[in-house]
Design a protein around this ligand. Structure first.
Ligand SMILES: C[S@@+](CC[C@H](N)C(=O)[O-])C[C@H]1O[C@@H](n2cnc3c(N)ncnc32)[C@H](O)[C@@H]1O
Length: 217
């Protein structure tokens, strides 16, 4: 159930409640903990998915029967490791990262997690690298978690390269609460939402910063 307050955005969460739930439902083993802690340990921005969103991504990919996945925005590899663990033995995650240091740290974490054969970190900007990934498609799922001003371009690529029934996941779909602002980045994020609706059956889940989910028509 929901009530008028929660429907209009009120959250019944506290930091303690969120921590208790994540520890119960989305616990970290050593490899996940290492990848999750890596941004802080390496002086990188700690902007990886939260444990609960990471586990949600893992479960969604498993539900979708995903085998062949693209991620835009690797950081230290936390979500790529979550994604790869949802795939069958012959599954693969192609993840795209613009920052060479992030890509290096991610490759280390992915190797430490025993997933070097299952995840390829493609170095370069999303809009340059994605066209080179077309030959590996069509894809079962595309997860977008990089620069917000290019979400519309990433979403268009996903629509063209996701199989019917495949999954689109876009994090930060609220654009940090600035989705309705008058800025080029907010406009790009609104186009991402609008164009996703044209090609996918969609919903925007009210996770901390919104997560767009779509199933390709
Ligand atoms: C939010 S973080 C990704 C977090 C990661 N998905 C996780 O949950 O573990 C965004 C990443 O996108 C990268 N990035 C920013 N602009 C990019 C671009 N144009 N192309 C590819 N990656 C980009 C950043 O360097 C950063 O590592």
């Amino acid at each position: 159930m929901a009530d008028a307050d929660s429907r209009s955005g009120l959250r019944y969460t506290t930091p303690e409640l969120l921590e208790w739930l994540a520890a119960l439902h989305a616990p970290h083993d050593a490899a996940l903990a290492h990848a999750f802690d890596a941004p802080s340990a390496h002086g990188m921005p700690a902007i990886q998915l939260g444990p609960s969103e990471g586990k949600a991504l893992e479960l969604l990919l498993r539900l979708a029967g995903a085998r062949n996945v693209v991620e835009v925005g690797t950081l230290a590899g936390y979500s790529a490791i979550r994604a790869a663990r949802a795939l069958p033995a012959d599954g693969h995650v192609h993840t795209v990262e613009f920052d060479p240091k992030h890509a290096r740290v991610a490759r280390e974490n992915i190797a430490a997690a025993g997933l070097a054969d299952k995840i390829t970190v493609h170095e370069g900007s999303g809009l340059d690298v994605l066209p080179r990934l077309v030959r590996f498609g069509p894809f079962d799922a595309v997860f977008i978690d990089a620069d917000k001003g290019n979400y519309d371009g990433y979403g268009r690529w996903a629509a063209e390269n996701t199989r019917p029934g495949g999954l689109l996941v876009g994090d930060n779909a609220f654009f940090f609460g600035r989705l309705l602002e008058d800025s080029p980045e907010a406009a790009a994020m609104r186009r991402f939402h609008e164009e996703a609706c044209e090609h996918f059956d969609t919903v925007c889940l009210p996770t901390p910063d919104g997560m767009l989910l779509g199933v390709r028509r």
